[in-house]
Ligand binder design. Structure first.
Ligand code: DX5
Ligand code: ZN
Length: 217
């Protein structure tokens, strides 16, 4: 079954707990939490204390997307604050294997993300050590950007790699510029975890969640 992971980057932070509850009650299975450090990406979002606070309002699966340099420094703290999965960027880690090992040692799921300009084949050595590959379909840093069409081919390549290494059912996440107009296309290309920020939180969020769930069934 495909999974919807609303990105709270486009939620109203003054009512974040309630916004999260609303999308979970409407059927969203995961919550995608975008952490940005102003260094790896040219934006700053939120960090551990915010995640720890909203952890109290829901049991939903917390999918934490770290857009920070050398994320290995903060794995312990994100786990202590309630992360169920931690995704790190290939481009942000000096030692990718060590970072993934650290995440898995803590008993949470591990994801590896690639930005749009990173060669897809570079992830192949790590696929056996991760639960998820995240294909960024915009340049990381901001919500509300336009989907990069070349991401379709990149998703297909990731799927080929996962089949080749014998993990055809692993999570393949797509993040950035996803709406009801293109969500079926990304699923057909291999994505099975769909991140959507502005397309969920702008307008009627419950209706938007139901629309996505219907489309990705
Ligand atoms: C971008 C973030 C995304 C973002 C997606 O760097 O990783 O998760 O919130 O937002 P939309 O769905 O609006 O493109
Ligand atoms: Zn994200």
């Amino acid at each position: 079954m495909n999974i919807l992971a609303p990105s709270v980057l486009s939620a109203d932070f003054s009512t974040l707990g309630n916004d999260i509850k609303a999308v979970v009650d409407a059927g969203a299975q995961w919550i995608h939490l975008d952490v940005m450090d102003g260094m790896f990406v040219p934006n700053i979002s939120f960090g551990m204390p915010v995640i720890g606070s909203v952890r109290k309002v829901t049991d939903a699966f917390f999918d934490v997307h770290l857009m920070i340099n050398e994320p290995i420094r903060y794995i312990d703290e994100f786990v202590a604050n309630g992360a169920d999965m931690i995704t790190v960027h290939y481009e942000a880690c000096e030692n990718v294997s060590e970072t993934l090992d650290k995440i898995r040692e803590k008993g949470v799921k591990a994801g590896l993300a690639i930005s749009p300009d990173t060669e897809v084949s570079l992830i192949e050595p790590y696929v056996n050590d991760v639960d998820m590959v995240l294909v960024m379909s915009v340049y990381p840093g901001f919500g509300g950007q336009k989907f990069i069409e070349a991401s379709i081919d990149r998703l297909n390549l990731v799927r080929e790699i996962t089949v080749k290494v014998g993990k055809p059912d692993m999570y393949i996440q797509v993040d950035g510029g996803i709406g009801l107009n293109n969500v079926k296309e990304v699923c057909n290309a291999g994505a099975n975890v769909i991140v959507a920020g502005s397309a969920v939180f702008k307008g009627n969020k419950e209706e938007n969640v139901r629309g996505f769930l219907q489309a990705i069934r």
